[in-house]
Design a protein. Structure first.
Length: 108
């Protein structure tokens, strides 16, 4: 069985190559403006997009590939403008995190 590797939060993520085609399909759907390879090259951003726009089935498939720790890392290091308020609140509850303001862009 072949594996592919992606870095996420300083950790090297190893996942089954068979899952890579499914991950590319999800990336194509959720990042329609760029190639799946570009989307998957930024795991934190990819995971945040899955957490915000993905179906539960997509979340489960991506979780199998990356693990919950990578999802939590994506949430804790989210860029401004990625999460909507509902997804932000939901995932903070899932991971047992206290309420917090969503990341905001700084104009200074």
């Amino acid at each position: 069985m072949e594996f592919s590797h992606r870095e996420c939060g300083g950790n090297l993520i190893k996942f089954n190559m068979a899952n890579e085609e499914q991950l590319k399909r999800i990336a194509q759907e959720l990042f329609w403006w760029q190639t799946p390879e570009v989307s998957l090259a930024n795991p934190r951003r990819f995971l945040a997009q899955v957490m915000t726009l993905g179906t539960w089935q997509e979340v489960q498939l991506v979780r199998e590939a990356f693990g919950w720790d990578a999802f939590k890392d994506a949430l804790l290091n989210a860029s401004a403008g990625v999460f909507d308020p509902r997804s932000w609140a939901y995932w903070r509850v899932v991971f047992g995190l206290p309420e917090a303001e969503m990341p905001r862009r700084s104009l200074t």
